[in-house]
Design a protein around this ligand. Structure first.
Ligand code: ADP
Ligand code: G3P
Length: 495
């Protein structure tokens, strides 16, 4: 019997991936390619949009070649992407006017300060669900319009388009026909009203962004356009920002269910149902997915640096050759670790929202070695997650039953055990940790009728459940030190 496939394109912060998912929902193949991170100045992070596009198209065609798939057997394409990262391009030439400004980039801190001074904090919170921070797309667009010669005039003439990475990919993949995004990506721009599902005029005006630059916003399962491959039109039928895609891929459909994805950053999302819930504790309100004419909201805790701190051990300090080595190194430390790493390399995200915090290492003594640093780096992912979980439990009023995990760094057993210990909550790791790509595949498959939403929760075998072992006193002591360490990194850049 002929097989049907969905191809999931996962355009992440450090690599582009293409995954082949069969009709049983199993991954049959994956091709991945890393691309260049550009750091022009301290605190600035850029990607070349052309390299993003080429790497994504390259892994797609290599996957098809490698697996010997005929385009007719691909029923749909799902796209998931690093969120907030912003591209502005000329719709006549297709050329970006500037590099993509990445979500981690801090250059727009002063634009954010002006927005705060102009009294927009509460308006932003109530309409977009976000906080004013350089993390989100809106201030990045303003920076490009203000700093690239001729950009403002072109934008006012209607010649420029803006988009998050999904929008950039779809515009190119549909032969420059479709300028679209989905609710989840729009909800990360700082200019989209998540309650009435419209672009927000007041914020567009405050940032000087003409409406003609903006994409149409659609549900996450939707026919966004067609990608033509060897004469076959393949529908692009699912789009979601990567963290929302992981929420969907982990089948967090019930109110109160949550997942945490350990990638470059770490993002915990909890489904809060069909009404937006606003946080008292520095969490974001965001759109989880739009499906079947309804919108589901989520509370989100965003941690900017997680796996990226492990990359820093590898590429910056050259202490390890491979991220995996951190597990054995951390295991080799006997007893409690006196060293704390606060990886505030890109400021601190939730629940602190300090654009001026910078990273620091505490507790060094003469016998500190690389094993302590590796362990402290892994532990920093778990401590940051605890900061978020505390805020989430306080906002939702219910303790989390268990934490569903995924993403590259959740393969690390030392980290997962420490996570369960420091949270005092079970950590559930599924067999397939590619929840992000699976979420996009499911959205696309649901749209073309290959699956139903209930199918997402089928065939999700558990790989391992990590149970907490620390007593209350130990947990409190270790976490207390972490809180002290975080305090000391705050406001560093502004001093
Ligand atoms: N075994 C491991 N232990 C610790 N960190 C890991 C491990 N494997 C991968 N990582 C980290 O996880 C990240 C890769 O995860 P991935 O989900 O592919 O990220 P992204 O989608 O953000 O590019 C990298 O930052 C890497 O340092
Ligand atoms: O590329 P990832 O997986 O680190 O995800 C990045 C996030 O979407 C940023 O908000």
């Amino acid at each position: 019997m002929k097989k049907s496939y969905i191809i999931s394109l996962d355009q992440g912060t450090t690599s582009s991936r293409a995954l082949l998912v069969n009709q049983e929902g199993a991954i049959e193949g994956m091709v991945q390619r890393e691309f260049k991170q550009i750091f022009p100045k301290s605190g600035w992070v850029e990607h070349n949009p052309m390299e993003i596009l080429e790497s994504q198209m390259n892994v797609l065609s290599n996957l098809i070649k490698e697996k010997g798939i005929s385009p007719e057997d691909v029923k749909a394409i799902g796209i998931t992407n690093q969120r907030e990262t912003t591209v502005v391009w000329d719709k006549n030439t297709g050329e970006p006017v500037y590099n993509a400004i990445v979500w981690q980039d801090k250059r727009t801190a002063d634009i954010c300060e002006t927005m705060k001074k102009n009294g927009l904090t509460e308006h932003v919170r109530k309409t977009t669900g976000l906080v004013i921070d350089s993390y989100f797309s809106g201030t990045k667009v303003k920076w490009i319009l203000d700093n690239v010669k001729g950009a403002k005039e072109k934008a006012e003439n209607g010649d420029l388009l803006m988009g998050t990475i999904d929008t950039w990919l779809v515009w190119n993949m549909t032969g420059r026909q479709k300028h679209v995004t989905d609710y989840t990506n729009a909800s990360r721009t700082l200019i989209y009203n998540i309650v009435n599902l419209k672009w927000d005029d007041k914020l567009l005006q405050a940032l000087g962004i003409p409406k003609s630059m903006l994409p149409d916003v659609k549900p996450s399962a939707h026919h966004f356009g067609d990608y033509e491959l060897d004469g076959v039109h393949i529908p692009i039928a699912g789009i979601a920002g990567d963290q929302q895609a992981a929420l969907f891929g982990q089948a967090c459909f019930k109110e109160g269910t949550a997942k945490n994805t350990y990638g470059t950053g770490c993002f915990m999302l909890m489904n809060t149902g069909e009404k937006p819930q606003f946080s008292k504790n520095g969490l974001l309100t965001t759109i989880g997915y739009g499906l079947n004419g309804k919108v589901n909201y989520a509370l989100e805790g965003s941690i900017f640096i997680a796996g990226a701190a492990v990359q820093w051990l590898r590429d910056g300090l050259e202490l390890i050759k491979d991220a995996k080595e951190t597990e054995a190194l951390a295991d080799s430390v006997e007893g409690e670790n006196p060293v704390y790493v606060v990886p505030a390399f890109a400021g601190l995200g939730a629940p602190y929202w300090d654009m001026y915090a910078r990273g620091a290492v505490f507790g060094l003594t003469r016998d500190t070695g690389k094993a302590h640093l590796a362990k402290a780096t892994l532990e920093s992912l778990a401590y940051q997650t605890k900061d978020i979980l505390k805020a989430m439990e306080d906002d939702s009023g219910t303790p989390l039953k268990n934490l569903k995990v995924d993403g590259g760094a959740c393969a690390n057993n030392h980290l997962m055990q420490f996570q369960a210990d420091i949270l005092d909550t079970e950590v559930h790791r599924p067999e397939v940790i590619e929840s992000t790509a699976m979420g996009a595949a499911f959205l696309a498959g649901i749209q073309v009728g290959l699956w139903k939403q209930e199918d997402v929760d089928q065939n999700r075998p558990m790989n391992r459940i990590f149970k907490p072992t620390f007593d209350r006193v130990k947990r409190k002591r270790l976490y207390g030190k972490w809180q002290q360490a975080v305090e000391r990194t705050k406001g560093w850049e502004a001093q």
